[in-house]
Design a protein. Structure first.
Length: 248
């Protein structure tokens, strides 16, 4: 089964609502490609204006964070049903910035994956190793442990709808990209792990992205690899270059 490519922008904490609308307008014609799922994962405050602006285009809406309860006394948080109601389809979970800066652990990440599915959102589950783990040579065990913990209790049918983003932390926002072979090695390892945890049909369907300084110059080579089904793009998603990655 051919997996559909998915190119998702992670805007992080960038773009005010009016800037977000401008960026959508700038990218509108550049990201046209019916063979690819194109997603903008935007800050919470940009969700409503971006949803309005991308109406009728090929772009789908994603969010960057939520809390695991549906509603209640959780000042400052937003819930998965709120995102769903606002038109969000994809949700980034387990990004290294949430793990490292906001202390999110695999127990919370696992709960978020399950809650996202319950609310009808598709998680983009991030995993990836630090430079120290890459140098120590223990990064494969690390990735396997992250995926195993984060998918605890998640069904095969859910995993078929999941997107996993392999994002080596040493390549995020640093300008240093994993080579296409390094990225492919880990994306294949993740697919093999899914086959072990579930079955080969599930492994064939799960989409696996690479993320980490992907740009207009290196996207085509990374995306040509058999186990890389797309990209999660930070810096380059805020520029016209994003259109070149979508069409790489
Ligand atoms: C990211 O943070 O998800 C990311 C891949 O960032 P960048 O493309 O800027 O490395």
């Amino acid at each position: 089964m051919a997996r559909r490519r998915i190119i998702a922008g992670n805007w992080k904490m960038n773009k005010t609502p009016s800037e977000a609308v401008e960026l959508c307008k700038t990218l509108k014609d550049l990201v046209k490609n019916d063979a690819v799922d194109v997603v903008y994962c935007v800050p919470a405050i940009d969700i409503v204006p971006v949803a309005e602006t991308i109406k009728g285009t090929n772009v789908e809406l994603g969010a960057e964070n939520f809390y695991i309860e549906d509603k209640g006394a959780f000042t400052g948080e937003i819930s998965a049903p709120m995102l769903k109601d606002a038109g969000v389809k994809y949700i980034i979970i387990g990004h290294s910035e949430r793990r490292d800066i906001f202390g999110e652990n695999d127990i919370l990440i696992n709960a978020k994956v399950k809650k996202a599915f319950e609310a009808g959102l598709s998680p983009i589950l991030c995993c990836g190793e630090s430079l120290a783990l890459r140098k120590a040579g223990t990064f494969k065990e690390w990735i396997k442990r992250q995926i195993t913990w984060d998918l605890d209790g998640v069904t095969a049918d859910q995993v078929k709808k999941l997107v996993i983003a392999y994002e080596p932390i040493w390549a995020i926002g640093t300008g240093e990209t994993a080579t296409a072979d390094q990225a492919e090695e880990v994306c294949k390892l993740i697919r093999d792990l899914i086959a072990e945890m579930y079955d080969s049909a599930t492994a064939e369907e799960v989409r696996i992205q690479y993320g980490g300084s992907m740009n207009a110059g290196n996207a085509a080579e990374l995306l040509s690899k058999p186990n890389i089904d797309g990209g999660l793009i930070g810096g380059a998603s805020l520029k016209e270059d994003f259109g070149k990655i979508v069409n790489a």
